[in-house]
Design a protein around this ligand. Structure first.
Ligand SMILES: C[S@@+](CC[C@H](N)C(=O)[O-])C[C@H]1O[C@@H](n2cnc3c(N)ncnc32)[C@H](O)[C@@H]1O
Length: 282
């Protein structure tokens, strides 16, 4: 977890110019587009990296990341915030199990997309849930992120040792009645999601800002990703998600996200306002 840096006294106008130039440089050099991420959060993260690199100005950070790929990778790790957990917001997963999954039971094949999957725990949770509802063997989950580091961890499927108890508790609160431990193999003292679950999940790099739709889905999870985007970028990503959703498909956002105030609000039925579950109008 990134601690708040102590931001130095700085000329606000100069700071804005430097941040814009840094993000432009990152985009032109490496193709990652953070130019429309929410400013206060991106500013804190840039200062954190500047301080960690023991640099005095953001311009110096720009110089370093342009010439040093490893320095850029460190900045990228700070910018993406890959925080996640299994069955995060368990009550939402319970509702999904009880009220959304029955709506998909008639489908011959179910495609789900976890956009911004971080290290994969959200997709692992859905795979377990679909298995328990008898649907995993006719489902394919696509889990995508811009962070290669996060995707590497997701592909390994290892659950952080210190989080297994929390995940087990979340699983129960999410309506799980099986044996959570039975879904994992123990490998050198660590727990790893069983291959029979992992093989239903395709992990791939996909950037919501610069890449296009790549399939049509019945379920799209895009949780706790757009909170870091500015309104203009959010609107663009909503367009992509809308185009990627089958008629009657479900969009699931994070607890602080909504389709309200976007041009798509009338094209969804709100299925659960509290859990941010929306259904594309047929
Ligand atoms: C806070 S995590 C959310 C993880 C998971 N969805 C959850 O709610 O637990 C945000 C994730 O979004 C990813 N992300 C940020 N910008 C992205 C983009 N433009 N395209 C795809 N993923 C992005 C980050 O790399 C990070 O892993």
């Amino acid at each position: 977890m990134i601690e708040e840096p102590l931001l130095p006294e700085y000329d606000e106008q100069v700071e804005r110019i430097e941040i814009q130039l840094l993000l432009e440089a990152v985009f032109r050099r490496y193709g990652y587009d953070f130019r429309n991420y929410a400013y206060p959060s991106i500013r804190r993260r840039i200062w954190y990296r500047t301080t960690m690199e023991r640099l005095a100005t953001i311009s110096m950070l720009q110089d370093r990341v342009l010439h040093d790929r490893e320095a850029f990778d460190r900045l990228l790790t700070d910018l993406v915030i890959p925080v996640t957990e299994m069955f995060r917001d368990p009550a939402m997963f319970r509702w999904l199990r009880e009220r959304v999954v029955p709506e998909l039971q008639h489908l011959p094949f179910v495609r789900a997309w976890h956009a911004g999957c971080a290290s994969g725990e959200e997709a692992f949770s859905t795979a377990i849930l679909l298995h328990e509802e008898g649907m995993l063997d006719r489902s394919r989950l696509y889990a995508t992120d811009i962070s290669q580091t996060a995707l590497r961890r997701a592909r390994e499927g290892v659950l952080p040792r210190d989080r297994v108890d929390l995940y087990e508790r979340n699983y129960r609160e999410a309506g799980g009645s099986g044996d959570f431990a039975a879904y994992c193999d123990t490998f050198h003292g660590t727990k790893r999601l069983k291959a029979s679950f992992a093989e239903r999940i395709v992990f791939a790099e996909h950037n919501l800002v610069t890449d296009r739709s790549f399939n049509e889905f019945h379920l799209i999870f895009c949780r706790n990703v757009m909170i870091y985007f500015n309104p203009e970028l959010r609107e663009r990503v909503h367009q992509l998600l809308y185009e990627s959703l089958a008629d009657g498909g479900f969009l699931i956002l994070g607890g602080k996200e909504t389709v309200a105030f976007t041009k798509f609000s009338a094209r969804y039925e709100t299925w659960n306002d509290e859990y941010r579950i929306y259904r594309k109008v047929r």
